[in-house]
Ligand binder design. Sequence first.
Ligand code: ADE
Length: 311
Amino acid sequence: MPAFGDHSSMNNWLSDISSEMALFGKYEVGKLLGHGAFAKVYQARNVKTGETVAIKAVSKRKVLRGKLMAQVKMEIAIMHRLNHPNIVKLVEVLATKTKVYFVMEYAKGGELSSRIKKGRFSEDLSRRYFQKLISAVGFCHLRGVYHRDLKPENLLLDENWNLKVTDFGLSAVSEQVRQDGLLHTLCGTPAYVAPEILAKRGYDGAKVDIWACGIILFFLHAGYLPFDDSNMTMMYRKIYRGEFKFPKWTSPELQRLISHLLDTNPETRITIDEIMNDPWFKDGFKEVKVHPFFDFEMKEETQSNIRLNAF
Ligand code: ADE
């Protein structure tokens, strides 16, 4: 038996990647952390350094069949460009004939959504996580990167309960923007999708991320989603009309900020700069004189061992 992690979820896929990783001679693969349509994420350990990492194994066959190879390369390029304490770092990319492996920083605390399921957060705790989220999202936007699938499942926690944004699989960079200055791909997770995406108009990637941040902030402190319905059509109708109710424990200051985040009109929706100046957001954050995302510089291309043409 392999010596590392809980192997209760072991299957052919895992033994497949275990032997491939043994080929790389670098990582010992442990338990399955999560999976999506094209990829599975495993815990692993760097044999030499003992460092724990997360490895996302992407099936080339499935990606090619879905004509998504450009998207995978984009995800690598994006993660590589972002060096911020609240964004999961990409350590390296390995590839074989059949798979691409993203070796990433390991976030020991797991998904933020699992923590919220144990109980909603106080306004103070919600604010602390929201500040970190906005720091990461603002950092991305300044670099022309829009996440487009922000949700608590893509927000991880490290061993110090520090927030880490992950999964840039649906991200767009500003080069993809059409001549009208807007993005046109339909994407995201239903409960977090902004009304302008539902309207199938072109949309601004930054505004769509800000809408999702509004849903996340509501969810953190309410413990449930603002727009929810077992009937998808009804849910979309509520999103489109911006119909939601605050729980009775929401302060007027927080109600004001969430209403600005969940403004159905992207033109008048609050911007990152305005969020940073919002009284509820700034409360308990007064000593910070500079935008927190100005503190972190982009990684120099030359420092990296990540090669986009590795596969
Ligand atoms: N699940 C998905 N990515 C992860 C990561 N980087 N760390 C921990 N769990 C994860």
